[in-house]
Ligand binder design. Sequence first.
Ligand SMILES: [Zn+2]
Length: 191
Amino acid sequence: MKSIAVVMPMSSGDSHLSERLSEVDRYYVECPVCRGSAIVTVYSYIISENETIAILTLMCSYCGFRFRDVIPLSETDGGTCIEVYIERSIDLNTIIYMPSQVDIEMPQLDIAVEAMSLRIGSIVTVDAILQYILDSLNSVCGTAVKCREAIARLGKVVRGEAIEPTTIRIKSIYSPLRILKSYRDDNYRHC
Ligand SMILES: [Zn+2]
């Protein structure tokens, strides 16, 4: 938790800090400097009722490289439809800010998920979304052949074994979506 104190624009005596700040994800990426394994931690921080920011830190224990980014999550910008192209394993680390009501489609895999069942938080990686869909399919598929096939193919994508390019299309019903962090140029577009 040491890295958090550095970026917090408030006094250390604030007793509400733990309610406002929460770690939402943590994963490894290739260090942009030494190509070693660097850890990325994503926090969400509620400034006020109407304003939340995402804080992203990257730390490499091999070369000591550190990077920090603060991203406002304004409700007023961003589109309501985003497509992310999953072609390399790094694309799974793309971070998306999304409202609770979204529809998700993966056209190549014949997968479509309706809004209401998605409860995985507002700042998530593509990886976490895919894992959620995989878990959901596993619990509803039964022995349906087409569904089992979709699970097998999606499982390969989640494990980073996908050779065929896969698209995930996320449509928000009410409020905007945003890509907070992408690790590759041109791996998403608004639709
Ligand atoms: Zn490094």
